[in-house]
Design a protein around this ligand. Structure first.
Ligand code: GLC
Length: 551
């Protein structure tokens, strides 16, 4: 529970990260797919750089401090950009390098940092490196990927399965060896034990940092190294016994294909490289159990700045479960580390669809007031719902392989800008359908409604930014003995704030006798401020409040 001082705090600690899925943000070219020019056009929506100048009334802009862009690199699109065929360029669908440079400079003008995706575990099978590697067994790039002879009976080298179902190995008919791919067969995995691979992929980081990129979100970073002996993984006793044979991946404990101890040396080297540039930030996609997850901060803070914390996304919407998860995480993060929280991303169902619109407002307050960096997913600030995905309009390869109910398209539908055709996203039919409720739920409507979800997010972001207790203070949860309520205090030398969140659709009365009176600053209902008695605090159904308190 460290309490950093103002001058130590970094942008990636006090700031809020907003994830953009570029295909779905704003189309300016009329092909039904979002592009970089579209992001530039909407920067003022994200942060016009003026949010702090006006302390009264609804802020004019969301006010996020950083954008994370999912991949926009040249790609055949088998996994929608997570299959990169050139790491140092922009796919022509999205624009070009000059547009990217303009995006960086326009963002920086507004005080927005740019974080980009980095996909170092695998490339596209169309990447020239893999094309060369697969030519024959003796070429200079053969060892850049993981090739192995078949077993004597011709079967794959081991039983590893792909995350998307099926075996993790595909036989190359020409050279009679298998290559490893723990996602699609179009995503062959690099051999990170090969020094030239490391050099080539480190050069990629330099390339983007030299162009002004402020940070990287590192895709499946714990998977970079595999057991040199390629041993089979042990069976997972808690795996769903009903899983089809096809789903070999989910039936095992990933002892030999992920989270190897040795991976931390590569992480340290990544960090040493990015530390050569000022103020860069490394975020990593790691989903392991707490004791292993925590190691990704490094022994002394010499690895990731922020290993993504997805725990809250996997929990039922339950106050007690949330408190337990946050308490454990906050206590576990070492003094040199900094927590972070994620409630939605491009791999999950929409937050509002998971917990309902009323509670999505409570979730917004939670996410923006916990101790740690929040990552917002585009559209969640409107309460966007899951898209209606059918077999006819499905695009996601995971859905094709694991079934419609596993399609990630539901959370990747076009941003809802207005009530016009295709929600103002595009002039033509978009690559995924716009959810049917866009005429009731879009930026234009919510901008005009002072108590909309969008304006709640804007207020929360502004208040978080101007309140040291919220953007850097310590965290302590409080026992209130009321089912459905989660209460915590954020403390800082410049003042403390109490958060009282009602996770249920019923009124609750809570009592905190140790505190006397407080002043409500903001309710998720956006209709009350002023003095309250903390020994007798009424929360309405689905209400969260921020209260200024003396502790
Ligand atoms: C990560 C990405 C996901 C992608 C996978 C393979 O989990 O978030 O979208 O499919 O990596 O790159």
């Amino acid at each position: 529970m460290t309490q950093s001082t103002q001058n130590e705090i970094q942008w990636w600690q006090s700031g809020v990260v907003y994830q953009i899925y570029p295909r779905s943000f704003k189309d300016t070219t009329g092909n039904g797919i979002g592009d970089l020019e579209g992001i530039i056009a909407r920067l003022d929506y994200l942060n016009d750089g003026k949010a702090d100048r006006k302390a009264e009334g609804p802020p004019s802009s969301l006010g996020v401090e950083a954008l994370w862009l999912s991949p926009f690199f040249p790609s055949p699109g088998a996994d929608f950009g997570y299959d990169v065929s050139n790491y140092v360029d922009v796919d022509s669908i999205f624009g070009d390098l000059a547009t990217f440079d303009r995006l960086v400079s326009e963002a920086h003008k507004r005080g927005i940092k740019i974080i980009i995706d980095y996909v170092p575990n695998h490339s596209s099978d169309q990447h020239p490196w893999f094309q060369e590697s697969r030519l024959n067994k003796h070429n200079a790039k053969r060892n850049w990927y993981i090739w192995h002879d078949p077993k004597p009976d011709g079967s794959p080298p081991n039983k590893w399965g792909s995350v998307f179902g099926g075996p993790a190995w595909t036989l190359d008919e020409e050279t009679r060896q298998y290559y490893l791919h723990q996602f699609l067969k179009e995503q062959p995995e690099f051999n990170w034990r090969e020094a030239e691979v490391k050099k080539a992929l480190f050069d990629v980081l330099r390339f983007w940092m030299d162009r002004g990129v402020d940070g990287f979100r590192m895709d499946v970073i714990g998977m970079l190294l595999k057991d040199p002996e390629l041993r089979d993984n042990p069976h997972n006793p808690s795996a769903d016994p009903g899983l089809p044979d096809f789903n070999a991946y989910e039936r095992v404990i990933h002892q030999y294909n992920e989270d190897l101890d040795e991976v931390h040396q590569i992480l340290r080297d990544f960090r040493a490289l990015t530390d050569q540039y000022p103020d860069r930030c490394l975020i990593g996609e790691v989903w392991y159990e707490l004791p292993r997850w925590i190691m990704y901060y490094g022994k002394n803070g010499d690895e990731l700045h922020l290993p993504f914390n997805f725990r809250l996304m996997d929990l039922p919407w339950d106050a007690r479960a949330f408190r337990k998860s946050v308490d454990e995480l906050d206590a576990a993060v070492p003094d040199f580390g900094w927590p972070n929280y994620v409630l939605g991303n491009h791999d999950r169902r929409r937050l509002a669809s998971r917990i309902g619109l009323a509670q999505a407002r409570v979730a917004a307050m939670l996410l923006l007031t916990l101790r740690g960096t929040p990552t917002l997913y585009y559209g969640d600030e409107l309460g966007m719902n899951n898209g209606e995905i059918t077999l006819e309009n499905m695009q996601d390869p995971q859905g094709f392989r694991l079934g419609l109910d596993r399609s990630r398209d539901t959370g990747r539908t076009p941003m809802q800008w207005n009530s016009g055709t295709y929600a103002g996203f595009s002039a033509v039919e978009p690559w995924l359908p716009v959810p049917q409720d866009f005429q009731e739920r879009n930026v234009e409507l919510q901008d005009a409604d002072p108590s909309s979800m969008l304006n709640l997010y804007r207020q929360l972001l502004r208040y978080r930014r101007m309140t040291p207790a919220l953007n850097q203070g310590s965290y302590r949860s409080i026992d209130v003995d009321r089912e459905g309520c989660y209460v915590y205090v954020r403390e800082h030398a410049q003042g403390a704030r109490l958060l009282a969140l009602n996770f249920v659709d019923e009124p609750r009365n809570i009592s905190i006798p140790a505190m006397d009176r407080g002043r409500v600053i903001l309710s998720t209902h956006m209709d009350r401020v002023g003095s309250v008695l903390l020994s007798d605090l009424d929360l309405r159904p689905n209400e969260g409040v921020i209260i200024e308190v003396n502790v």
